[in-house]
Ligand binder design. Structure first.
Ligand SMILES: Cc1cc2nc3c(=O)[nH]c(=O)nc-3n(C[C@H](O)[C@H](O)[C@H](O)COP(=O)(O)OP(=O)(O)OC[C@H]3O[C@@H](n4cnc5c(N)ncnc54)[C@H](O)[C@@H]3O)c2cc1C
Length: 418
């Protein structure tokens, strides 16, 4: 067998699964990412709401690569791919490849709403979560010294756009932070006047889940005092206000956008067709049309199954990464794999203490059991044994003592100064 050079762009959910499959198989595997860590994005909202230290949801790629024979990590921003020359272009020079696996993920999609983009927060990178936590805590500090009651209230109003899993989980975690923790930290404030407003454009939350789960989620969030606005859209925003489609104005200093994602900018520079969300339609074996040596996986890839596009989720990215790794090995052995098939094991979202919804293998469950399953699955998929222990300790501490440990304003240069 000839030794081949396999380059993997992106050490996200897809990329690390591909690397694990390819390690130790006699090939030269180059791992490229602009960050030197793998980030567990599903827990970013817990960093933003002071529940977890940022380090506990990330893991060094070099630490992982130690136990992956034949792999080498290269810290670099990829700017393009020369498909004809079989070269990846990076800020530190070109990297040649025999096979290429691209899993650069996605970025937030504001659908052209410029004022919203320039006045809102999103969660994609580790730094975003720290920035948002600093902003939330600073807003409470400012509220303490704000003499005008309306101004005080606007500082304690948080508008979240998008009723998908990220919006729901963030809304639940934020209202709990305010009621259980900040209410004790700020005795000089009437924190019951704080508002968490969740704005969803369709007529239900968690639209990808069965309707009964959406109903439960809505009831639960409203019971926790989250103001849920259905069939509502945010169309404009300024530093101190958010404007809805019907002209209603919500005075607020914090707008969090989780209403859409699109493929990472790297997709746009690849010479290939793109969907509206910038994703790249791939062949049934996840390769770029006309380039059987180039795989596109995870959020960047567009593939339909049973008449619907596969969602931009971690399980899809993981299964695609495993498939791409195996497919490269199979091609080298002269026995190509059958087309990729996504096995949907279900989806889940947590709402708050003892409350989550889960739908798996056609069974819907919710409440305490779903919450427990959510906790265990997130611990299982989190990379790094120490991270699991730290996260579990934080969760237990919070559960018993109603305290979130990371209530630190670590920087004053917030994205949107108050
Ligand atoms: C806040 C949040 C919550 C989420 N919650 C859930 C959830 O509960 N359940 C779920 O299933 N999914 C969830 N997702 C979606 C899930 O995280 C993604 O679907 C998944 O990460 C996609 O995996 P990927 O391998 O395609 O890309 P990613 O995991 O995003 O990894 C992409 C990697 O590529 C690197 N990269 C990007 N561009 C370049 C470049 N030009 N040069 C070098 N490196 C580059 C990045 O640094 C990153 O390491 C959530 C996402 C977010 C943002």
């Amino acid at each position: 067998m000839l030794k081949k050079r396999i380059v993997i762009i992106g050490m996200g959910f897809g990329g690390i699964r591909a690397a694990r499959i390819l390690a130790g198989k006699g090939h030269d595997v180059v791992l490229v990412d602009r960050n030197n860590y793998h980030l567990f994005q599903p827990l970013l909202y817990q960093v933003a709401t002071a529940g977890l230290e940022q380090e506990s949801i990330a893991h060094s790629v070099r630490a992982m690569a130690r136990s992956w024979p034949g792999t080498h990590f290269h810290l670099a921003e990829v700017s393009g791919v020369d498909l004809a020359a079989h070269e990846v272009q990076t800020g530190t020079g070109p990297i040649p490849y025999d096979y290429l696996i691209i899993g650069a993920g996605s970025v937030t999609n504001y659908f052209g709403l410029e004022s919203v983009e320039s006045h809102s927060f999103d969660l994609k990178e580790l730094a975003d979560a720290e920035t948002l936590r600093n902003h939330i805590l600073t807003a409470f500090e400012r509220a303490v010294i704000e003499p005008d009651p309306a101004g005080k209230r606007a500082l304690m109003t948080f508008v979240i756009v998008g009723g998908g899993p990220t919006g729901v989980e963030f809304a639940g975690a934020l209202i709990e932070l305010v009621h259980f923790v900040l209410a004790k930290d700020y005795p000089e404030l009437s924190t019951h006047a704080a508002r968490v407003v969740l704005v969803e454009a369709t007529d239900r939350l968690l639209a990808a889940m069965p309707e009964e789960q959406s109903m439960y989620t809505l009831k639960k969030l409203r019971g926790m005092s989250v103001e849920v606005l259905l069939n509502a859209r945010v169309v404009d925003a300024g530093p101190e206000r958010v404007i809805l489609h019907d002209g209603a104005v919500i005075p607020a200093h914090t707008l969090f956008w989780s209403a859409g994602v699109k493929a990472a900018p790297l997709a746009a520079v690849l010479e290939a067709p793109h969907t509206a969300g910038g994703r790249i339609p791939v062949e049934p074996d996840l390769t770029l049309p006309g380039h059987p040596e180039v795989y596109v996986i995870g959020d960047m890839a567009y593939l339909e199954q049973a008449g619907a596009a596969l969602p931009m989720t971690a399980p899809v990215a993981m299964q695609m990464g495993i498939y791409a790794g195996r497919s490269v090995l199979a091609k080298e052995n002269g026995t190509p794999l059958p087309p990729f098939h996504y096995h949907d094991k279900g989806s889940m979202a947590t709402i708050g203490r003892n409350a989550a919804v889960a739908s798996a293998f056609g069974i819907n469950f919710r409440g305490y059991l779903a919450w427990l399953v959510w906790l265990l699955l997130h611990l299982y998929y989190l990379i790094g044994f120490r991270n699991r222990i730290v996260v579990m300790l934080n969760w237990v501490w919070y559960y018993w003592f109603h305290e979130r440990q990371v209530r630190l304003i670590t920087r004053r240069d917030t994205k949107h100064p108050l």
